[in-house]
Design a protein around this ligand. Structure first.
Ligand SMILES: [Zn+2]
Length: 125
């Protein structure tokens, strides 16, 4: 039994998607991925490196470091919300629909974490 590549519903062997909506949504996802993969990667890499740099700076200048780490978390989270690009492994496992939802949830958690870091640094000041 094959599964819809977007939502994971069981489909017949010669189909790729269960419905037109799933096919359109999948095409939109792949189109967006192709167009924005590079800027997404660049911003992500900067933010992923920015978080430990911010944490390191906190030992010297607590508020500056916390601001850098928090800003990186929030930017990273917003990027994941707008561009919920999952890894190929995640798509194979969860299908596109579920994988983008999981990525968005990770994005929200990252934003919350960023705000928590900024809040903690501020109150412990
Ligand atoms: Zn489907």
């Amino acid at each position: 039994m094959k599964q819809c590549e977007y939502c994971g519903k069981n489909i017949s062997y010669h189909d790729q998607y269960c419905s037109d909506e799933c096919q359109i949504a999948a095409n939109q996802y792949y189109g967006k991925t192709e167009k924005f993969a590079k800027p997404f990667m660049i911003v992500n890499t900067v933010c992923v490196f920015g978080i430990p740099i911010g944490i390191f700076l906190m030992s010297i200048q607590r508020m500056v470091g916390a601001s850098v780490a928090a800003a990186c978390c929030v930017i990273l989270g917003i990027m994941l919300l707008i561009f919920p690009f999952a890894t190929d492994g995640m798509i194979r496992k969860f299908k596109i629909g579920m994988a983008t939802r999981v990525t968005r949830i990770v994005g929200i958690c990252t934003i919350v974490l960023g705000i928590a870091v900024a809040g903690l640094a501020y109150f412990l000041h």
